[in-house]
Design a binder for this molecule. Sequence first.
Ligand code: ADP
Length: 252
Amino acid sequence: MELLQIKQVSREFGGLKAIQDVSFPVRQGSIHGVIGPNGSGKTTLFNVISGYYKPTQGEVWFENKPIHALSPFQVNRAGLARTFQNLRLFKKMTVLENVCAVLDRESGIRIWDYVVAPKRVFRIEKETIRKAEALLEVFDLLEWRDFLAENLPYGVQKRLEIARALATHPKLLLLDEPAAGLNHTETDELARIIRYIRDERGITVLVIEHDMKLMMTICETITVMNEGMVLTEGTPNQVSKNKQVITAYLGG
Ligand code: ADP
């Protein structure tokens, strides 16, 4: 089944066509990669899917319903969560609090309360803490539980951002360059986490990434973008042998 359908989506910025006529499906249960040179429109596409930008043309459907007119919050509610290239953690909150803030949404506490008065709102339910700790364990974050997000090493911050996205119980997780800035060990750990998310949680993953080795090992399907358009799509093996892809990357 197709969980997400991107249908002839274009987005312009004052005449500049950031993406143009982009169409592809994301199959339920897949790990689907999006690659392409810098400026090829990958992040713009993620911003359209997650409701941050409205498409100039085209539609985005999720579980057979249109979502392109929804706000980012409504898109999240519909079952899509994302991470950002520039991390968006609550820097002055601990690792545990960062996850609890998202989990607590279901219990009616508003995130804004945490931002303006984290100390006052801090009556976290025991059940929320239990769920948060279970998530931290999966992400090897328990040892960092009481550290402020701003004091974490970069690789740990990136893991926390994914843990937080997962805490909203998405059906589809969008990861924007999750391996950027990570060393080899951290990238291997990231591969394990992405596989866990799909295999054990049954969450479909759409991932933008430059690290081709990582993409080759985790993705079933890769969509290649160039100059705002889809250049080709296929298995990692197929796209890595595609002459147009090689040319786009080498700029030949
Ligand atoms: P990628 O993620 O593949 O590097 P982007 O989606 O960031 O590519 O950018 C695609 C094109 O759209 C670039 O030319 C970029 O400058 C332009 N672009 C992206 N966002 C904006 C924006 N908010 N305003 C103007 N131009 C933008």
